[in-house]
Write a protein that binds this ligand. Structure first.
Ligand SMILES: NC(=O)c1ccc[n+]([C@@H]2O[C@H](COP(=O)([O-])OP(=O)(O)OC[C@H]3O[C@@H](n4cnc5c(N)ncnc54)[C@H](OP(=O)(O)O)[C@@H]3O)[C@@H](O)[C@H]2O)c1
Length: 277
């Protein structure tokens, strides 16, 4: 299979390349293919004629996004639109990654979000990602949108940040009122690959590891596995001020993927696997 991977230096892209290493891969960074440039996108996809386009390019700095709305919209909304148009014109299947931040996050904690629940993004990142989803749905007939959350993997990520902080502090303060599913990029890449192999129905799929936790409990688990003696103190989102509002409830049901026979590891098992590498 000929597969184009955009944003090829990103965290998910690295896992995706490893997962698909048996395939004919064309991997582009922003210098080779800037997804915000419609003409370049069109010409490139016409020339390469991939069977699949996996869009791993995005603006992912959630707090910085608040001050850079125009640029973020270009990358997270116009970029996917350009890819959707080009995929449609060239009979390619577009695979795009979206986020739990498209939801309002105000559902009771006992409930999780299904794919079709009402959207209500609370900040620039989620708003632009939702616009990207909608452009894809309007402009492309063969697409998958995999909504993920709390991604970690190769490179800078929450797990490494906590372990690094613990080297110089005896206490870390971590929010205890945001609930979601930490997701190992390797497992998301596997979910995407399984969906491609099984040719599941086109559409939107919530795609995280199984199980729910808070950043506070997740941090305690990281330290426990690594035998790190650093105190973890719970704080509220209000105490831990950040420019972008985070959803309190980021829990997304994976029933739709599971019904399609996709195998998804739990976040606990995924974290142990990541830390044992
Ligand atoms: N990380 C998370 O916690 C998380 C959570 C939910 C959803 N997601 C979604 O998952 C996907 C993958 O995220 P990730 O964490 O792997 O992202 P990432 O590591 O930030 O990588 C994104 C890549 O996109 C590239 N890029 C930026 N603008 C571009 C452009 N105009 N044209 C081409 N490439 C461009 C970046 O290049 P430069 O570095 O050179 O700018 C970077 O290599 C994204 O769609 C993201 O929205 C992530």
């Amino acid at each position: 299979m000929k597969i184009l991977i955009t944003g090829a230096n990103g965290m998910l892209a690295k896992a995706m390349k490893e997962e698909l290493k048996g395939e004919e891969l064309i991997c582009t960074d922003v210098a080779e293919l800037d997804i915000t440039n419609a003409e370049q996108v069109n010409e490139f996809i016409k020339k390469v004629s991939p069977e699949y386009i996996i869009n791993c390019a995005a603006y992912t700095a959630v707090d910085k996004a608040e001050e850079n709305e125009e640029l973020v919209y270009k990358i997270n909304a116009i970029g996917p639109k350009n890819l959707a148009v080009a995929a449609n014109d060239n009979n390619a299947i577009l695979i795009h990654i979206s986020t739990d931040y498209v939801f309002g996050g105000d559902k009771p904690i006992e409930q999780d979000y299904s794919e079709d629940d009402p959207k209500n993004p609370q900040a620039v990142y989620g708003t632009t990602k939702l616009a990207g989803e909608r452009f894809i749905q309007e402009n492309c007939s063969k697409y998958y949108i995999f909504r993920t959350a709390w991604l970690y993997g190769e490179g800078h990520n929450f797990v490494r940040t906590m372990l690094d902080l613990a080297k110089t502090r005896d206490e870390v303060k971590v929010v205890n009122d945001q609930h979601g599913s930490p997701t190992y990029a390797v497992d998301l890449a596997s979910i995407i690959h399984q969906a491609m192999n099984k040719k599941i129905e086109f559409g939107v799929y919530n795609s995280t590891n199984l199980g729910y936790t808070t950043w506070y409990d997740f941090t305690k688990m990281i330290f426990e596995i690594e035998n790190v003696k650093c105190k973890v103190t719970p704080v509220t989102s209000e105490e831990f001020k950040s420019p972008a509002k985070r959803p309190k409830n980021s829990q997304m049901s994976k029933d739709k993927l599971l019904k399609n026979g996709i195998i998804i590891p739990t976040y606990e098992e995924a974290l142990r696997r990541y830390l044992s590498k």
